[in-house]
Write a protein that binds this ligand. Structure first.
Ligand code: GDP
Length: 176
């Protein structure tokens, strides 16, 4: 008997970006657990966790609260973090600068040097969403801070599930 290797993936982003909805969808897709009904999901205060066995590993997804006064807690999770999923509400053009600032804070954090980052342009099912190209452009504008980092931009609907498996698979392929 050998213990499964454990990996931690942080799901970060502004409040309302869709982190908890995404976590519930991941749980549902990978464990068959029905997950919480989307209309019962409350803003995250603290942390929601899903531990999911994948191949010969155990992957722990941690969804941390994204309200400004909760973002300080993110740092305490950086040390054990193997990858980050940064969720962006691609329908909320007004908060895109704020999201960019939060992402920039992450890539500048010393404890996260070299940690792969998936930027997820979420809510792609809605009209008026920023395009994937626009989110890529935003990430490209931070190239000076990304250096050698493994970064990918994908889109998703955490609500409907499109793109969720592709997102998890990209992250998994980076941590193993
Ligand atoms: P969090 O604060 O980042 O955890 O965000 P939540 O998961 O609580 O979601 C915030 C709101 O956005 C909720 O009303 C969700 O139902 C909605 N939402 C989340 N993901 C999606 C998505 O992919 N598409 C749509 N249309 N709504 C979403």
């Amino acid at each position: 008997f050998t213990r499964l290797d454990e990996y931690n993936i942080l799901i970060l982003g502004l409040d309302g970006a869709g982190k908890t909805t995404l976590l519930e969808k991941i749980k549902h897709l990978y464990t068959g657990h029905p997950g919480m009904a989307p209309n019962r999901i409350q803003p995250t205060v603290g942390v929601n966790i899903a531990k999911i066995p994948m191949k010969r590993t155990l992957v722990k997804f941690l969804d941390l609260g994204g309200q400004p006064d909760l973002r300080g807690i993110w740092e305490s999770y950086y040390e054990d973090c193997h990858a980050i999923v940064f969720v962006i509400d691609s329908c909320n053009a007004e908060r895109i600068e704020e999201a960019k600032g939060a992402l920039l804070g992450l890539v500048k954090a010393g404890d996260l040097d070299g940690v792969p980052v998936l930027v997820l342009a979420n809510k792609r099912d809605l009209m008026g969403a920023l395009s994937l190209a626009e989110v890529k452009e935003m990430v490209n504008s931070m190239a000076d801070f990304m250096e050698e980092r493994d970064v990918r931009v994908l889109d998703s609907s955490g609500l409907e599930g499109e793109g969720v498996r592709a997102a998890v698979e990209w992250v998994y392929s980076r941590i193993i």
